[in-house]
Structure formats: C-alpha cells, structure tokens
Design a protein around this ligand. Structure first.
Ligand code: SF4
Length: 703
C-alpha cells in the first residue's frame, strides 16, 4: 500500500551516530520514522552512510524501556547479562515515576549525607545533547558536591585533548574535515574513517581524486589505504618512534619553518635535542617502516604548501597516547603547517556529541569551556553563575571511579546513557565494581549490560524523541529536532535530570531546552554569540562565536594560540612501550575498535534491523596465514583469552590485520571483548590502552 509509506511530516535533524555530524531529514508517519534522507549540511552536503540512513529503527524496538524499573529485594547483582524478558521481570519490577525518582535520588542523597560528597559520581553521555551534558555536570557539581563527573571522551580522545590543551591551548580541531580538499598532503594516522567516519572518508577520497597526496599510517591496512599515495603499516605501539624519526629528518634537513617557530612557539630547542637520537635508520627496525620511506614522507609533509593531520583512536588509546599526539602537534608546529586553510590538526571525534559534551563540562577537571576547576578565578565565576559553593579538587575519571568503588570510596552512581559494563577495559572487573555499589541509578533507553546491574532504571528518550544541540568534530553546533514522542512512560532526559536534581535538593526550573542553552551561552564564552534563533534558521554555527553576529571560525590559530603567552609549546616524547607485552604465554596482540555497521557497545545498532542483518555475529579479524596456522577456516570458532577474561567468536580472514595481532569490535555483548582489555592508563589523559594487550588464541570454543 503506497499510502502507508507517505510521510505525514518531515523533521530536520542530525545523525545520532558519529562525530561527522551529517544533517538529515526524518520522514515520519504515525510516530514512526519511515525513512531518512541526507540534508545539505556543512559536513555532509546530503551524503549519509549506512548508519545514518538505516540505523534509526532502534527507537521503535520492542525492547525499549517504557516504565521505570526497581530492582526486586534480594536479587543479587552478579553474573552475565541475560536478555530474556521473563528473566528481566524476575530481577526488576515496574514502578511509578514518583516512586522510582524518590528512591533514585533519595538514596544518592543519603549516601552523600552519610559518606560525604566524594562518595558519589556520575557518568554522562556523549550521545546526549549539549544541554543534557551541561545540566548533568551541573547536577554533579552542585547537587552531589564534587567534580566526580566524566563520560566516554575518557575512552576515546582524552589523551588527544590533554596534549592539545598543553601544546596549543585548545582541545578541539584546528580545521574542518573538508579542509582536506585544500591540502596538498593529508596524513591520516591511527584512524579508519571508511568505517568510523564514512562520510568524512568520502570527502577524503574526493580530495585524493583532486590531487591531495594521502598518507595513511596504521598497523592495520584499511580500505582508505587503497587510496593512499603512501601507506605506512607500522608495527603496533611504535607511533612515537616513527613520528620522532620523521621529525629528525625535518630538523636534520633544515625543513623547519624557522619564522613560525620563532614567532609562535616555545620549547623548540629541547624538542630538537630530543629528536637527534631518533634517526630513520635507528627507528626503521623498531617501527617497521624503512628509512627512505620515513624520509620521503617527512619531506613531503614539511615542504607542501598545506599539510593536514587527522587522527583517531589508534593514536590516542595507548598509555603513551598523549605522547603520540605531542609528536603530531610538534610535526605541525615545526613546519608551520597550522593556522591556514588546508593545514592543521584534526582529532576525528567519535560520537556525535563527544566534542559538545566535553565543551559543556562533562569532564572532572574542567568547567564548561575548559576552565580548570582548581583555578580560583574559574571557581569564583561558576560559583557566581550557579549561586553555590563549588569543590576545587579535580574529580576522578572513568576508570579511576571504578577503582575508587573497589576501595569503598565511591558508593553511589548515576549513569546517563553510557554502558561501562561493555565499554570499560577489563569489563568483568568493571561489572563487579558496578555491582558492588550501594546504589546505582541508570537512565537509558534499553536494558543495557550496565542497567542490568542497577537499583533503579529510568526510561529515557531516544535521539529522535528530543530537541537539543550537538557539536560535531568540526566544532559546528547543530540543532537536533524532536521527530517522535517517547514510548509509554519514557521521558525526555532533560526532564529526568531535573527531577533528579530536585530530589538532590536543588531548586531547578528550566522550561524549554533553549533556556538551558541560554545559560550555557553565559557560562561559555566560545558559544556566547550563538543564539537559538540563529540555530533554528541556519541549523549549524561553528564556534568560536563570541558575539552575536560573528560568522564563526572554521579555521583557528591563524594569528595566535589560546595559551597564556599566545604561543604554542613543543613537548618532546620518548618511547614508552605498551603496558602489557606479548610473551610465551600470551603471544598475540589484541587491537579493539569499531566496525561500519555497529556503533560502540551496540545498544542502538544491534537493534536496528538492517544494520544487525548485515553484521549479526561477533567476529575476530585474523591474518589468513595466522588463521591457517591455527587450523581454523574463515567462519570457524576461535577462543581468545587474556589474563583478565575469555571470549569465543567467529574468525574472519583479513589480510589487512598484521600477523601476530587480531582485531575485534567491542559491540557484541555475547563476546564482550573488553573482558580481555587492559585497564592500564595514560598518565596524562587517563585513557585506557584499548589498542594493545597480550592474549592467546585457540581454535574452537562455544559460541
Ligand atoms: Fe551519521 Fe557519521 Fe554516517 Fe554521517 S558519517 S551518516 S554522522 S554515522
């Protein structure tokens, strides 16, 4: 019946998945999305990838939470997650909102009043809006009374942000992805945009067609490597060796931009001394790239009219992630490849609002707009704005909070829209810690692996069920608009956060979401010039936008850097090996990441019909020769084991995976690979080492 497929309304919004921030239109009928089309947004110009186009029916999935749930008395919190609906109702019972909120907030308040403010913590979400992130961190800071608030930026680009803030005074990108089209040379390192930022990858491929020389550097050969002018398949964990060798060439051959170094940087002499030892000949055996190729790429990058570097979690998710990024920053500074169109530094942000959630203060050491909480001037400004006393001690980060639960220091948590039982390293341990809390409140749209451990579950709104702003990887603040009503008794997240705040004794009374955005403008100078009306009219405005009427600045650092001196700073890096090295017992390297059709812990995409039909089962990518040595055919079962856990999955032969290593996506609850990963942290960004740990592999096992 054709009439059944004619939408009764169209709603302009943005994609709920990755940080590219594609604009789209929902075609809606009878409170259901029929189909999605791309819109002419600045990042996508009507393009969408498979997730943006087909990944929306999760919102109508029958497993949506539609009533508040309270854990039944005496049901223990342990064991593996079980999805059987009958089992779920043995664990939880339905409750009214009044009862659920009274219990959720009341017990958190009791813990705060009995054990102190630092006994509570909150995880917000990079998939929520800026307004939700802002209110969530404000609730933790003013209601819980500490800075124990974080979100999954800690698991993706925290090390990038640490290095960028230290080196150039800003954690965001210098130029939009589209600038690759104006670059002579583009280096993509530790990123697989064809899978993780597909529309951005399409622009990168267009740039290559138009003459940009693409250098892809990654231990795994991705689809984008086929388009590369040079592909550097360096050995896992050797980024610093390879990048320092390139800097050694640039220094030794006099390819530095002396004027830029003198006028706009500090610390060059120390960096220069440090890279002396990293000759291409000495580093080639370490990183696996021959000295001539290292020289060629270094020369190409340094001497082009415009060179840009984009990177992903292959760079950041190491215990030396901050050092990796320090090297990328130093490369761009020593060659003056920043501050102009087609140059610069672009950490490809993962989630659709991880940039915005960080900007809005959903991080434990900084207020909104990145003022440190231990700076008295910032503290005084926010105390005046929020009319309350604030704690000046930086809070704990994601993995630190899990460890603080072990020590009995954190006893109650409020988790909105995150799934640490799947996404945290050493996930068995993370689950045990979450289960050990006196009180856990989870706000989500599905019964996630984390919600399974909760005392109270608050049913929330899916992305198309609410209006708010989202900031993409290019620093564009974009408007996501409500297209559907939440199902049953599910409520919008902004409403739930406010009810929780009231339960904690705060007198909040925000009306429309735009009122929260207006408070954010007062708190955050970088977006002070962006009005709600302008967002409604233009759909996207790039920050910095300090005064109303400012156009916004897609390219920054043109004249100076936002540091105290206006200059950027070189920070040298030495080789630090991964925390857990392969050995005779555990001889294989485990690399984790994402795959095209699924998103993070899979709670949305595995409930999206088309996406789950394409990738229904957990797989491990293994080099065909390694697979043959194991005696396993592609499609056969393989069991992976680390010192922390075991999973069994289906083998997929992949010649792009280096020998001696395997790659596993982390979205499958049946084979939660983070049970195996290592919780060792980068000391600066506090990011775990998801890209390297030691495992062993054997044929067979039970699926
Ligand atoms: Fe969505 Fe990213 Fe795909 Fe664009 S590239 S449609 S933002 S997942």
């Amino acid at each position: 019946d054709v009439a059944m497929n004619v939408p009764d309304k169209q709603v302009e919004s943005v994609c709920p998945y990755c940080g590219v921030g594609c604009q789209l239109t929902y075609n809606v009928k009878d409170n259901k999305i029929l189909y999605v089309e791309g819109r002419d947004g600045p990042a996508n110009h009507a393009r969408l990838c498979v997730k943006g186009r087909y990944g929306f029916d999760y919102a109508q999935h029958p497993q949506r939470l539609t009533k508040p749930l309270i854990r039944r008395e005496g049901v223990p919190k342990h064991g593996d997650f079980v999805m059987d609906p009958d089992h779920v109702m043995d664990v939880f019972r339905e409750a009214t909102w009044d009862e659920a909120l009274a219990l959720a907030a009341g017990k958190l308040r009791d813990i705060r009043d009995t054990h102190g403010k630092k006994a509570l913590a909150g995880f917000g979400s990079a998939k929520g809006s800026n307004e939700e992130a802002y209110l969530f961190q404000k609730l933790v800071r003013t209601g819980f009374g500490s800075n124990n608030v974080d979100h999954c930026t800690r698991l993706c680009h925290a090390s990038s942000v640490a290095a960028l803030l230290e080196g150039i005074g800003s954690g965001a990108v210098s130029n939009p992805v589209m600038d690759v089209g104006q670059a002579e040379v583009a280096i993509i390192i530790g990123a697989n945009p064809s899978v993780n930022h597909p529309v951005a990858a399409s622009w990168i491929k267009n740039a290559v067609k138009n003459g940009t020389k693409l250098i892809v550097a990654d231990p795994r050969r991705s689809d984008l490597a086929r388009h590369a002018h040079r592909f550097l398949q360096f050995k896992p964990d050797t980024d610093v060796a390879m990048l320092n060798a390139m800097m050694n060439v640039i220094v030794t051959e006099g390819l530095v931009d002396e004027g830029f170094i003198a006028d706009r940087t500090t610390g060059y002499e120390e960096l220069k001394r440090n890279v002396e030892q990293f000759t291409p000949e000495a580093m080639a055996p370490i990183c696996g790239i021959d000295a001539e190729t290292l020289r060629y790429v270094a020369r190409l990058y340094a001497t082009s009219k415009a060179s840009i570097i984009l990177w992903g979690m292959g760079v950041s998710q190491h215990i030396h992630g901050t050092d990796n990024v320090r090297c990328l920053i130093a490369l761009s500074l020593m060659t003056g490849q920043i501050g102009r169109p087609g140059t610069g530094l672009h950490p490809l942000r993962g989630q659709n609002n991880v940039q915005g959630a960080s900007d809005a203060g959903l991080i434990p050491m900084m207020y909104p707009d990145y003022g440190r909480v231990d700076d008295p001037a910032n503290q005084a400004r926010f105390e005046a704005l929020w009319n309350t006393k604030l704690d000046s001690t930086p809070g704990l980060t994601v993995v630190e909070i899990i460890h603080a639960i072990d020590r009995g220091e954190i006893r109650g948590m409020y988790i909105m829209g995150e799934n640490p039982a799947m996404s945290d390293p050493d996930a068995e341990h993370a689950r045990e810690a979450l289960a050990a809390l006196d009180h856990l409140v989870v706000q989500d749209i599905f019964l996630t692996e984390t919600a399974y451990l909760a005392d109270v579950i608050l049913p929330a709104s899916a992305f198309p069920e609410k209006t708010g702003t989202f900031t993409n990887t290019d620093r564009a603040v974009q408007l996501g608009r409500q297209a559907l009503d939440p199902p049953g008794d599910a409520r919008q997240d902004l409403w739930i956060i406010q009810q929780m705040a009231r339960g904690m004794g705060l007198n909040w009374n925000y009306g429309d979401v735009s009122e929260v955005f207006d408070e954010m403008r007062r708190a955050m100078p970088s977006i002070a010039g962006i009005t709600w009306e302008r967002l409604q009219r233009e759909h996207a405005v790039v920050y910095p936008c300090r005064e109303e009427g400012d156009a916004g600045e897609p390219v920054i650092f043109v004249e100076d850097f936002p540091t105290k001196t206006g200059k950027a700073r070189f920070v040298p890096a030495d080789i630090i090996p991964a925390a857990e090295q392969p050995d005779a017992e555990y001889p294989v390297i485990l690399i984790t990441g994402r795959q095209l059709e699924h998103w993070h812990t899979g709670s949305m995409t595995r409930r999206a019909g088309v996406l789950d039909a394409i990738e229904p089962d957990p797989t491990v990518l293994v080099h065909p020769l390694d697979l043959a040595e194991l005696g396993v055919e592609p499609g056969g079962l393989v069991t992976l084991e680390s010192r922390r856990g075991t999973v069994t999955l289906y083998a997929r032969a992949d010649a792009g995976t280096p020998r001696g290593a395997v790659f596993v996506p982390f979205c499958y609850y049946e084979a939660a690979i983070n049970k195996l990963t290592n919780a060792a942290l980068d000391p600066f960004g506090k990011i775990p080492e998801f890209k390297f740990c030691a495992i062993r592999m054997r044929a067979g096992g039970e699926a």
